[in-house]
Design a protein around this ligand. Structure first.
Ligand code: AMP
Ligand code: FES
Ligand code: ZN
Ligand code: ZN
Length: 314
């Protein structure tokens, strides 16, 4: 297989785009694509202050790398979750983020949940009813809260995450199976900020996971290969495997599902389910972050309960 641009040996054949590229041309193609999406969906401008949420994985470190190569000013945020699962998952993820930041002279903000809130995510999950002992629900709630707080306190214009097309399509598939119209109305490359909620963007949302993995590999980015140990058996993984089988039979199927969804959404298919004035946000009585619940936000309620149970058990 030869590179379409120069005829050298191709390192990747992207059947869905009918495009094979050599290493150097692939390394240029990814930032070109990302810039196209950043501009098309009006994610941010040349002078925006960007905070990239980095997990130590290929997508978010790849994204941080691409933003730097495109000349954007982006700091990183790593949230230490205290997940070990015998593999030292969180510690290793943090090391990857720190090594990347140091090698590129970038600023990384680290928030260690156990230090700030008093317990690791798995301990917190075992002490609340939320998520039935599985840490993913407390983890997601905590990550969203910390990302928003750090982005707002730091005066950033936008928060960027490394979600790729496979992530987006798996979520879309799940939301479609459940006709979760409220979620469908909000899913997309950009989630506008409002009432103290930071604007969120996903510059890699149209890149296949295979492409982001190849980018990190060819570019020599050291990232954590392991998935979170708690992701084993997750429905999202089952959806991804199912979608991969469909994609193998029909290359380009994931991308066309996603793009057709974005078009339908733009035409107003889910407009009625979008947030109405009844969903107005108010400040949490404890932390001041925006919440739809009266009084305390879900984050403060959950963590107050965790700390109360910790006191009982000592
Ligand atoms: P996930 O929810 O693990 O699929 O991750 C989706 C995106 O959330 C990643 O691409 C990162 O941008 C961000 N993210 C996940 N975990 C962390 C973390 N521990 N710290 C900071 N950002 C994270
Ligand atoms: Fe949060 Fe796995 S439980 S990353
Ligand atoms: Zn080439
Ligand atoms: Zn709160």
């Amino acid at each position: 297989m030869k590179c379409r641009k120069c005829g050298d040996r191709a390192v990747i054949n992207m059947r869905q785009h009918k495009l094979a590229l050599c290493g150097p041309h692939f390394l240029d193609w990814i930032p070109d694509q990302a810039l196209r999406f950043i501009e098309k969906y009006r994610m941010f401008d040349a002078d925006s202050r960007i905070l990239v949420a980095v997990s130590g994985g290929k997508d978010s470190l790849g994204l941080w790398d691409v933003l730097g190569r495109l000349g954007f000013q982006a700091d990183g945020l790593y949230i230490g979750l205290g997940i070990d699962g015998g593999t030292g998952y969180s510690a290793e993820s943090q090391r990857k983020c720190e090594a990347f930041a140091e090698a590129h002279g970038l600023h990384l903000i680290v928030v260690d949940v156990a230090e700030v809130e008093g317990a690791t995510i798995p301990t917190a999950a075992s002490l609340t009813n939320r998520g039935r002992g599985k840490p993913c629900s407390v983890c997601g709630l905590t990550k969203r809260h910390v990302m928003n707080r750090v982005a707002r306190d730091g005066g950033y214009d936008v928060l960027a995450t490394g979600h790729n097309l496979d992530d987006e399509v798996a979520v879309l598939f799940g939301n479609t199976l459940n006709w979760a119209s409220g979620y469908l109305a909000r899913q997309g490359p950009v989630l506008e900020g409002r009432d103290g909620l930071i604007r969120k963007v996903k510059p890699f949302c149209r890149l296949y996971e295979r492409e982001t993995a190849a980018y990190a590999l060819v570019r020599g980015i050291e990232y954590i290969y392991d998935e979170c140990p708690h992701a084993v058996g997750a429905t999202s993984i089952y959806y991804k495997e199912t979608l991969n089988r469909m994609e193998a039979d029909r290359p380009g199927m994931k991308l066309s599902f996603y793009l057709a969804f974005l078009r339908a959404r733009q035409q107003g298919l889910f407009a009625e389910a979008a947030d109405g004035p009844t969903d107005s946000l108010q400040a949490c009585s404890t932390c001041g972050q925006p919440t739809t619940a009266p009084g305390q936000c879900a984050f403060c309620r959950t963590w107050d309960a965790v700390r109360a149970r910790q006191r009982v058990s000592v």
